[in-house]
Design a protein around this ligand. Structure first.
Ligand SMILES: Nc1ncnc2c1ncn2[C@@H]1O[C@H](COP(=O)(O)OP(=O)(O)O)[C@@H](O)[C@H]1O
Ligand SMILES: [Mg+2]
Length: 251
């Protein structure tokens, strides 16, 4: 098997006396969607924040394309090598689609913002995701939740990082919007990205993921190939009906 794009092993993290993570491990591969699932409080958000460098880790290791990028007490990846779509999306409502897609790397020409290029680049990245947008000068504030989610994903994709990490990308979306986000994730996967997707939505996970890692009470219960597991097995792993005796003892 190829080397994983992201390999997380034995992550531990406490907040004071609260042990948020005591053993989290998984590996994400190019051209695959890896879903991270688990009940509220399982440690999903903490794991993401360690991977993205918002939190420091107490122990364990993160490797990006084989290279260690973490050490205990220090931050995780920051923005090297990884594109993140946060749950709150962080778009600027009063700015248009093209500007939102370029935030952080606005194109300039003779020192002046190059709007033509910005609009051309925006149309191009949306086209590459097979998103039909008639007008990239539409303010993001006028878009639906699903359209915003797609713009946030497009902005992450535009950074051309080998790993895209999505935190609950369908949490606030309707059925059709969820399907559209799913199509974009499929498209990213076809283009060879490694995708890590935190999700509560098992329908979505079973439709789009290749591998599922289940967290429970700060530990990895296990990783399964979607082709070799079932919803009932995954639900059992989430609730503790199936799993590790040591987790239940700690609970
Ligand atoms: N900043 C924090 N301070 C104290 N406890 C925290 C903090 N962040 C998370 N926790 C605790 O860590 C555990 C895991 O939380 P979290 O990672 O948010 O889970 P999930 O995203 O899976 O719902 C929970 O018990 C939560 O209360
Ligand atoms: Mg969370």
């Amino acid at each position: 098997m190829a080397e994983p794009v992201l390999e997380v092993s034995g992550l531990t993290k406490s907040f004071g006396s609260v042990v948020a993570l005591s053993d989290v491990s998984f590996a994400a591969y190019a051209g695959e969607v890896h879903a991270i699932v688990g009940d509220n409080g399982a440690g999903k958000s903490t794991a993401v924040k360690i991977i993205t460098g918002i939190h420091t880790l107490d122990g364990g290791e993160i490797r990006l394309q084989g290279e260690p990028v973490s050490r205990p007490g220090a931050g995780g990846l920051g923005d090297q090598g990884i594109a993140v779509v946060y749950q709150d999306l962080a778009l600027v409502e009063c700015l248009d689609i093209a500007t939102n897609l370029s935030l952080g790397q606005l194109p300039r020409r003779f020192g002046v913002l190059d709007r033509k290029r910005m609009r051309r680049d925006a149309s191009e990245v949306l086209r590459s995701l097979k998103v039909r947008v008639t007008d990239v000068t539409t303010p993001v504030g006028l878009l639906s939740g699903g359209q915003r989610q797609i713009i946030a994903i497009a902005r992450a994709v535009r950074q051309k990082r080998p790993l895209v990490l999505l935190d609950e990308p369908t949490a606030a979306l309707g059925v059709q919007e969820t399907a559209h986000v799913g199509e974009i994730i499929d498209e990213l996967k076809r283009s060879g990205e490694a995708i890590v997707c935190i999700s509560h939505d098992l329908d979505f996970v079973f439709r789009h993921a290749d591998r599922i890692t289940v967290l429970r009470l700060g530990r990895t219960v296990g990783t399964r190939l979607v082709s070799e597991t079932s919803r009932s097995e995954v639900v059992g792993m989430i609730t503790g009906a199936i799993g590790r005796a040591d987790i239940e003892e700690a609970a």
